[in-house]
Each structure stands twice: as structure tokens, then as C-alpha cells.
Design a protein around this ligand. Structure first.
Ligand SMILES: [Zn+2]
Ligand SMILES: [Zn+2]
Length: 264
């Protein structure tokens, strides 16, 4: 098989994996939302369809650099991904996960902040903010330009920071779950993760909710470090207004239903 074909197949496989991972994770949390907060997404079907479409397009973009690097790792010994757990001390496993999360968070904070400048916002980032309020399906709802900035982060980091393949799996799992839950419209995590001293440094849904509400603040992904350092942290949002709006949409829905019944 030619190298080009092998790389193409690897990229296609990665696209499939990212797309299916998105559908399963967002689907699971959307289902959890239906159970815990029934009606929260009522009337948002057209928006959800857009979120899924943009997210699957993003999956295709994420798959390309991931596929190229995965091929190079398997066939050319690229990257610092290792499989022998004794190659580094055991304590390095959690440290490598934290290093990856912090580096990814740094990349995300600065590219995200840049995308809030008027021109990049208009061209690219407006797609993500078109979700008002976002749902669990908005995790990867990005314009292709924004998807590209997200897609290169981990494939570049594996060249710079040594990481065990299982630890990389943990990083990807955290990335996926936080991407979905930050947009879900409610807190799935226990209060100590967002309310207490730990919450002063961690980002969960309440923090990212405020970003979607006010735009010019709370740019981070996992940690509040850069937001706090740069004075862009405006604290936690709450979901009361989103819930009131959902209730209003439900009210309109039933009123429309009644009117339709009367008209018939
Ligand atoms: Zn967002
Ligand atoms: Zn934004």
C-alpha cells in the first residue's frame, strides 16, 4: 500500500473515531439532560441540528492531523508517545496528564481570546456562539477555521511532551467530557469541583455558561489560571435565566399546540 493511501486511511479512521466519540458522548449527556432537566432543550431542535452538523464537520478536520500523526507514530517512530510504562517513573503518569491539560488550556485560552477580536469572531467563532444557550451537542460546533486551531493542539503536543499511551487516553477522555459538559446547561459535577477552593481554579459548566452569556470573559478550557492572571475571569454564571427561557419556550409550545387544536 502506498504511503499516501495509508495516511489517508489513518485520517479517515481517526475522523470516524472522533465523530462516533462525539455522537456517543454528546448523546449520553443529552439523554442525561432529558432525565435530570426535562424540557431544557425544548424548542432547540433546529439549533441542535446545526450543532451536530458543525460538530461532525469538525470531526473530519480533527481526524486529519490526528490520523497523520497516528500513522507516523506507528510506522516511523514519530512523537514522544510511549507504551512501556517503566520508561518513565510512575509519578510522571499523572504529571504528564496535567502538563498536557495545562498546555492545551494555554493554547485554547489564547486562540479563543484571539477569536473574540471582531474580525476572527465574525468569520469563524460566531458559529460557536450562535448556540444560545448551547446544548450538550455544541461540544464541537465550530467553524472549520476554529476546528483547525483545536485539531492541531494535541497532535503537536505529543511531539513535545512524553506521554504514555494510556495517559494520552485519559487526556482525550477529559477533553471530550469537559467539552460536552461545559455546554450542557447544568452542572453534572459535585459542588466542590466548582463551588469550593478547587472550583476557583477549575472550569466546569457554570464558568463556561458565563462566557456564552457575556462573551468577553472566561475564555479558558480546563483551568481558570489564565483568566485569573489576565483579569478576564468574571466568576461563575448560573442557569436560572436559561431555565426560565426554556420554560417560556415550553409555554409557547403548549400554547401553539392549543391554538393549533382550536384552529383544527
Ligand atoms: Zn463554548
Ligand atoms: Zn467564545
Amino acid at each position: 500500500m502506498s504511503i499516501a493511501l495509508a495516511i489517508l486511511l489513518s485520517a479517515a479512521a481517526m475522523t470516524m473515531i472522533v465523530g462516533v466519540r462525539y455522537l456517543i458522548t454528546s448523546g449520553a449527556f443529552a439523554w442525561a439532560t432529558r432525565v435530570r432537566h426535562p424540557g431544557l432543550y425544548t424548542g432547540l431542535d433546529p439549533q441542535i441540528r446545526r450543532e451536530i452538523w458543525w460538530s461532525l464537520a469538525s470531526a473530519a478536520i480533527y481526524g486529519v492531523p490526528a490520523g497523520v500523526v497516528a500513522w507516523g507514530w506507528q510506522n516511523r517512530g514519530w512523537t514522544q508517545i510511549y507504551t512501556d510504562a517503566s520508561a518513565y517513573p510512575l509519578w510522571y503518569l499523572p504529571v504528564s496528564v496535567l502538563l498536557f491539560l495545562f498546555a492545551h488550556d494555554t493554547w485554547f485560552y489564547w486562540t479563543h481570546r484571539w477569536m473574540h477580536r471582531p474580525k476572527p469572531f465574525r468569520i469563524a467563532h460566531a458559529v460557536h456562539h450562535a448556540s444560545r444557550p448551547p446544548t450538550a451537542w455544541a461540544a464541537m460546533a465550530f467553524h472549520p477555521i476554529e476546528a483547525l486551531t483545536g485539531a492541531v493542539a494535541i497532535p503537536l503536543l505529543v511531539f513535545l511532551i512524553p506521554i504514555h499511551v494510556a495517559a494520552l487516553g485519559v487526556v482525550l477522555a477529559i477533553m471530550t467530557v469537559m467539552g460536552v459538559t461545559n455546554h450542557m446547561g447544568w452542572e453534572v459535577f459535585p459542588r466542590f469541583m466548582w463551588g469550593g477552593p478547587l472550583g476557583a481554579w477549575l472550569i466546569t459548566a457554570s464558568h463556561h455558561q458565563r462566557h456564552h452569556e457575556r462573551y468577553g470573559c472566561n475564555y479558558g478550557l480546563y483551568f481558570r489560571f489564565w483568566d485569573r492572571l489576565c483579569g478576564t475571569d468574571e466568576g461563575l454564571g448560573d442557569f436560572t435565566r436559561d431555565r426560565a427561557r426554556a420554560a417560556a419556550r415550553r409555554g409557547r409550545g403548549t400554547a401553539d399546540g392549543r391554538n393549533a387544536g382550536r384552529a383544527a
